[in-house]
Design a protein around this ligand. Structure first.
Ligand SMILES: [Zn+2]
Length: 175
C-alpha cells in the first residue's frame, strides 16, 4: 500500500482490493501445492511417517506461531489421513513425545536439550561419531518407526538406524 494514501479514500479502497486479491491468489497456490504434494505422498509411498506436532502448544510460542499457522500442518495431516486411506498406503504418526530431534539416529543416545537454533546434531556419546543436519537426523529417527519392509537395508533384522545406509540411498527410498 502506498503509505501516502488517505485511509478510506477511493485509491486506498482500490489498493485494499488489490491486496485482498493477491492474498486469495496466494492461498489458492498454496492449497493447490499442498493437495498435489499430499496426493503424491499417499499415491507413491507404501508408508509415510510424520510427527504429530504439538501445534497448539507451539502456537502459544510467539516466535513460532506464525510459521506454524502458515504452514498449514493441520491441513497437511488431514489430507494425508484421508488420502492414505484412499490409496491404501499407511500413515504412521509419531507420538508427539517421541524425541525425534534429540535422539542420535546412529547410537540412540538422547540429548537433554537441543535448542532450535542448533541446526546440526552432534552426538554426545564419546563412542559415536554421528554429526549431521538436525532435520535429517530427526527424519532418520522417524524412518525407524516405519514397518521393516520399507527399511532401506537388505539384512534380515535391521537395527533401527545403524544400517540405514547413506543419505542418498535413504532419500531415494523415501522420495
Ligand atoms: Zn550417537
Amino acid at each position: 500500500m502506498n503509505r501516502h494514501q488517505v485511509i478510506g479514500s477511493n485509491n486506498w479502497k482500490k489498493t485494499q482490493q488489490k491486496i485482498a486479491k493477491l492474498h486469495y491468489r496466494i492461498s489458492c497456490i498454496r492449497s493447490d501445492f499442498l493437495h498435489k504434494f499430499t496426493t503424491s505422498l499417499a499415491k507413491n509411498h507404501s508408508q509415510i511417517v510424520i510427527e504429530d506436532l504439538n501445534v497448539s502448544g507451539l502456537i502459544k510460542n510467539g516466535k513460532l506461531s506464525k510459521a506454524i499457522a502458515d504452514s498449514g500442518f493441520y491441513e497437511f495431516k488431514r489430507q494425508l489421513i484421508y488420502k492414505t486411506q484412499l490409496y491404501g498406503s499407511k500413515l504412521i504418526i509419531a507420538d508427539r513425545f517421541f524425541a525425534s530431534s534429540k535422539l542420535c539416529p546412529k547410537c540412540g543416545h538422547k540429548k537433554d536439550k537441543l535448542p532450535l537454533s542448533v541446526r546440526v546434531y552432534e552426538c554426545d556419546n564419546e563412542n559415536c561419531d554421528w554429526i549431521a543436519d538436525r532435520d535429517y537426523s530427526a527424519s532418520l529417527n522417524l524412518l525407524g518407526l516405519a514397518e521393516p519392509d520399507v527399511m532401506p537395508v537388505e539384512k534380515q533384522e535391521p537395527t533401527l538406524f545403524d544400517e540405514a545406509g547413506t543419505k542418498k540411498q535413504i532419500m531415494s527410498n523415501i522420495v
